[in-house]
Design a protein around this ligand. Structure first.
Ligand code: GLA
Length: 672
């Protein structure tokens, strides 16, 4: 990519000064994943539909396809000299679509080409000398943006020798640790409501932070329930359905705290989104009993349980795997026992003992299967063994099942909706028949709009997208996918935006199994955590807990941020305002105490001011604003609130109504 041509004559003559040619930097090398698009994700060398770049019958090996409206910012800092490309509407639209391509240098249009579907690519070129910021823009050409698949082919920037555009992480200030240090005072972090089915075993470890020892008490205890102050665990069974208000008190050398929690004995469980850790992103196909136990110990040592995390879930690869078993004896052997029950692989010698170990730490145990004959990793699935498998999970003592579509497509019967929901309804019934609560986590990547029916088949959560991994296009794509789905969310029924990819993840997407340090910038990690809490998504940590860094731990354990995720109203955020040109978005969700959580998201690469007009959100009166990441009050604002947000970061605030403030007349929900 980088072309350095020594002026040969000078070298031959032994002249002291050599000249170098300028740098040719292809558009693909400027982070196409950062390119804002009207639809889809821009990728190097591909149309926005994921095909080869093809315009007017000619295929281009180089370039980037996008979708109007689109903007791509290049921080040139005076080092750019020129830009050239061939542009047009991709042939994948079959002659439809019309767009305008523009090159904008420091706010001034320096080149512009209008293009229509079916035409050949046209040249576009611009002198960029001295420009600080260059924007490649595609607009819809004055009509709508249907079929506006726009290709920048053979697109190349020329930079002065030895210079390059700034990378994403260099284009903006990066946030450090914002979560305040624990001041040692006791603080309780239980959800306001916790559900368990009548007669089913209860296991709830009270989340509390502060300097140890913390003396805890819970009262009144419903009949059948005991509280162990040493382990912080509420256990037992309650036969009679109903709401049981409890008061939890905590006392330590620094002070006292008190919190109310209602134990709701009834049919709905997971009244707040499940929080925990899952093995896949950390260990993928290398998971074992020993790694699970080490994760449990690290979980407790790090105090994740003190902040409300409670599930420790084994993902794929606890079962046998005929394909991999050929080269890995730990995965070989009969997939099922003579009586048809599932046979775990040799790395998991005793599944019940592992669940007992997890429970002994006050935590809950989860595992993974597929409705198909094989899981996504090729391990044994539950196809035609659904009931015995569910019976087995319950007998071992598991509390959570992630049920992953994977190979089910090869055996699926039925048409349309029925084809999609049948396997989940079947397993939902099998789990429901068990004498213990097993959270049912559907994983079929959002097919057939699962948000609309996941709860009807017994699910407490359902994945809404394909797998995310630790790159900005992946996380940003995940955020955008949630926009139409908020209205399906309620206590016991959660959109699962996928596991958290914060910290060091091993699984890096596809067949890439060594991601190393996170490929997300610190700002992007704030946006990821903030938005998952806004979505009321389950929060499943994915990184290796035995090697976690301080930044990641602080991101995962900010109690005021987690309280948004765990809010008892269970109302997911909607995108309530968007400035597409600026790349800013405001998301809002109502909270149970009459306040609102507001996320001010800056999808642009560079820092900018994000402004919220209360009237535009349907709010009247004055509102106290609290910065939840920093846990600081920002003051009272009566018409608008604005804040400077670094590129790709999100500022999270809570709005508390002052006297006379509230929703404007006629507005019933801030999300409308
Ligand atoms: C699918 C799921 C992932 C993970 C893997 C395991 O890709 O979406 O979350 O469970 O399978 O093979």
């Amino acid at each position: 990519m980088k072309k350095r041509v020594v002026i040969a004559a000078a070298a031959v003559l032994g002249l002291a000064v050599c000249g170098f040619a300028d740098e040719a930097i292809p558009l693909e090398a400027t982070g196409p994943g950062r390119m804002r698009t009207g639809w889809g994700t821009a990728q190097a060398g591909k149309s926005i539909g994921g095909l080869d770049l093809r315009v007017g019958g000619t295929t281009y090996a180089r370039g980037v396809g996008t979708h109007a409206p689109s903007r791509h910012r290049i921080a040139a800092r005076g080092n750019a000299l020129a830009f050239s490309a061939r542009v047009g509407v991709d042939d994948e639209t079959h002659g439809r679509g019309s767009v305008v391509f523009r090159v904008i240098a420091d706010g001034k249009v320096v080149a512009e080409v209008a293009a229509k579907g079916g035409e050949g690519a046209q040249p576009i070129a611009a002198d960029l000398t001295g420009a600080s910021t260059v924007i490649l823009e595609v607009t819809d050409g004055g009509d709508d943006n249907y079929y506006d698949h726009a290709d920048w082919c053979d697109a190349v920037f020329t930079f002065k020798d030895g210079t390059r555009p700034l990378r994403a992480a260099e284009m903006t200030r990066q946030l450090g640790i914002l979560t305040p240090k624990d001041d040692g005072k006791p603080r309780l972090h239980a959800p306001a409501r916790y559900g368990v089915r009548p007669g089913h075993p209860l296991l709830f470890k009270v989340p509390v932070t502060g300097v140890k020892p913390v003396q805890l008490a819970v009262s009144p205890l419903p009949k059948g329930v005991t509280f162990n102050a040493a382990t912080r665990v509420l256990s037992g069974t309650v036969a009679k359905p109903g709401s049981y208000p409890l008061t939890i008190t905590a006392r330590n050398a620094k002070g006292r705290a008190r919190q109310k929690m209602t134990l709701v004995v009834g049919e709905t469980i997971a009244l707040t989104p499940p929080m925990g850790w899952n093995s896949w992103n950390a260990f993928a196909g290398g998971v074992s009993d020993a790694k699970m136990r080490a994760a449990v110990e690290a979980f407790v040592r790090l105090g994740l349980d003190e902040h409300g995390y409670s599930y420790v879930n084994i993902d794929d690869f606890w079962q046998k795997n005929p394909e991999n078993g050929r080269s890995d004896p730990t995965l070989a052997g009969p997939e099922r026992n003579a009586d048809g029950t599932i046979a775990p692989n040799a790395r998991f010698p005793d599944m019940k003992a592992l669940a007992d170990f997890i429970h002994a730490h006050g935590l809950k145990a989860g595992l993974y299967s597929s409705p198909g004959p094989y899981t996504c990793g090729g391990c044994t699935g539950s196809w035609r063994h659904e009931r015995p498998d569910a019976d087995c999970y319950a007998a071992w003592g598991y509390d959570y099942l992630k049920y992953d579509w994977c190979s089910y497509g090869t055996v699926a019967t039925g048409e349309g909706h029925e084809r999609h929901c049948r396997p989940y309804r079947l397993m939902g019934e099998c789990l429901r028949a068990q004498p213990r609560d097993i959270v049912f986590s559907l994983c079929q990547y959002g097919q057939d709009n699962v948000s609309a029916w996941g709860a009807d088949v017994g699910g407490q959560s359902w994945r809404t997208t394909g797998d995310i991994f630790d790159t900005w296009p992946s996380v940003y794509g995940g955020i955008r996918a949630q926009a139409p789905l908020w209205s399906y969310v309620r206590p016991g029924a959660w959109n699962d935006a996928d596991m958290l990819v914060l910290g060091r993840n091993v699984w890096a997407g596809g067949t890439d199994f060594d991601a190393g340090a996170s490929r997300l910038t610190p700002n992007e990690q704030y946006t990821h955590m903030t938005m998952w809490c806004m979505f009321a998504s389950p929060l499943m940590i994915g990184c290796d807990l035995t090697a976690i860094d301080d930044f990641t731990l602080a991101l995962l354990t900010n109690d005021e941020v987690l309280a948004v995720d765990q809010d008892a109203l269970g109302a997911a955020a909607a995108r309530v305002a968007e400035d597409a040109a600026a790349g800013t978005e405001i998301w809002a969700r109502p909270l149970a105490d009459g306040t609102f959580a507001l996320a001010l998201f800056n999808a642009d690469d560079e820092e900018q001011t994000v402004r919220v007009s209360f009237a535009d959100l349907g709010l009247v009166g004055a509102w106290a604003v609290r910065d939840l990441w920093r846990q600081q009050d920002e003051g009272v604002f009566d018409a608008a609130y604005s804040v400077s947000v670094p590129g790709h970061a999100t500022h999270l605030v809570k709005l508390t109504p002052q006297k006379g403030a509230g929703l404007a007349p006629g507005v019933r929900d801030i999300r409308r």
